[in-house]
Every structure is written in structure tokens, then in C-alpha cells.
Design a protein around this ligand. Structure first.
Ligand code: C5P
Length: 219
């Protein structure tokens, strides 16, 4: 571990998509690559933090110098987050699926002429809200993300209040931006101090700037 300003701090990072099974061979997922979450974990570790990295099945490799806890589903992600040691800060960069299938097949669902499968859904636990609202052992700083396609600041500000997190990193993921799956990001940091728009920059640069800001709060 490097000897930076986050030495001795434990930071939890969630990243990647989740996969919600339909049966043993099929799942519901989303287009998150895990790139921003990996970059954040890397940047925090580079500042000396001990990082627990809870990741769904991402496209990008997990970072070095972090404790990787791989999961598949949102429910597993919540369990892993709750099992991790107490954190000084937590960054929720995962694109958690909103729903899971309650009647997932134990064996492969067959296309056997007996009609179309009727999937039933239940809401997944909200991991960010759960941690934000912890009565005991809440991290000093809880950071969420808000990927929006319209009214980005308004939706992200409302989300911050609803979930109870300290900061929201809001980004515009409309297809035209090329951000989802791309190497750049354009984010607005929403906190008690208001909305601070950062210029468009690489996901690594966003991660480094965010890690720096986290270090300032945890000093
Ligand atoms: O509600 P929405 O999914 O837009 O909120 C995004 C933020 O909440 C992200 O920080 C994401 O990691 C987190 N989240 C979560 N658990 C969920 C849904 C979202 O931790 N079930």
C-alpha cells in the first residue's frame, strides 16, 4: 500500500453490473462495464487506502492492490457489503439491477411448446440506501452515483435526498454521450454545497479527482 493521505482508511467500493438469473444459463443484466468503479478503487488505493472492492461481473479487470469480493446478484452484493469490515467511506459505483426474477428456473427453461415463460419480479435491495441509513457504523462519507438520461441534476439531487447519501456523482448516460462503455465521463458532484460540474475527462481522471476529494473529507 502506498503511503498517501488515505493510509489507514478502509474504503468500500461497489462496481460493475449485477446478473439476475432467469435460470442456470440465462440472466438479466445491464450495460455497465465496471470501468468507473475500477478506476475509483485504483485511485483510492494509490492514495494509500485499504479498499474492499465488491464487484459484479464486469468487462474490465479488477484493480490490483484491493481486496476483490466478486458477486453476481444484487442480493449477494448487499450481503458482501454488510459482511465487509467497517468502512470510513463507501463509494457505490455499481449499476445494480432494479429487479430480480422470483420464479427463476432451477433447470434450463425449455422452449417446448408449452407457452412463453412468465417471469415474475421483485425489487432488489437498495444497497446505497441501506448503508446511507445505517444507525450504527455508518461510513463517515457515503457516495452514490446517478446515471441519468434527462434532467440530470434535478433527478440526482432528488436521489441524494431519497437515499440519504452525502454525495451523488451525477452523469449523463444518454446514448449520444458515449459515456456508458466509453473511456470518458462528464460528472457533476452534488453535495450539501450544491452542484459542481466537472469538465469532461477520462474515467481515470474523474476517479483521481474523486479520490482526492474523499481524502480531504477523511483527513
Ligand atoms: O436508484 P439508482 O439505481 O439510480 O441509484 C444509483 C445509485 O444507487 C448508485 O450509486 C448505485 O450503486 C446505488 N444502488 C444500490 N443498490 C441498488 C440500486 C442502486 O446501491 N439496488
Amino acid at each position: 500500500l502506498s503511503d498517501g493521505p488515505l493510509k489507514g482508511k478502509h474504503i468500500l467500493v461497489t462496481s460493475g453490473p449485477t446478473h439476475e438469473p432467469i435460470d442456470p444459463v440465462r440472466y438479466i443484466a445491464n450495460r455497465s462495464s465496471g470501468a468507473q468503479g475500477s478506476a475509483i478503487a485504483t485511485a483510492l488505493a494509490a492514495l494509500g487506502a485499504e479498499v474492499s472492492f465488491v464487484t459484479g461481473p464486469a468487462d474490465v479487470p479488477a484493480p490490483q492492490n484491493v481486496r476483490v469480493i466478486p458477486v453476481q446478484t444484487a442480493r449477494e452484493m448487499l450481503q458482501a457489503v454488510q459482511a465487509a469490515p467497517a468502512a470510513d467511506a463507501a463509494v457505490f459505483a455499481a449499476a445494480v439491477a432494479d429487479w430480480h426474477v422470483t420464479n427463476a428456473g432451477d433447470s434450463k427453461i425449455k422452449k417446448d411448446g408449452s407457452g412463453l415463460p412468465q417471469l415474475e419480479f421483485a425489487e432488489n435491495p437498495d444497497i446505497l440506501a441501506t448503508v446511507s441509513q445505517m444507525k450504527q457504523g455508518r461510513p463517515k462519507l457515503v457516495v452514490g452515483f446517478a446515471a441519468e438520461t434527462d434532467d440530470v441534476i434535478a433527478h440526482a439531487t432528488a436521489k441524494r435526498a431519497r437515499k440519504g447519501c452525502d454525495w451523488i456523482v451525477a452523469n449523463d448516460v444518454s446514448p449520444a454521450t458515449g459515456i456508458m462503455g466509453g473511456t470518458e465521463n462528464a460528472v457533476t458532484l452534488i453535495s450539501d454545497d450544491g452542484a459542481e460540474a466537472w469538465p469532461r475527462m477520462g474515467k481515470d481522471a474523474v476517479a483521481q479527482r474523486l479520490a482526492q476529494r474523499i481524502a480531504e473529507v477523511l483527513l
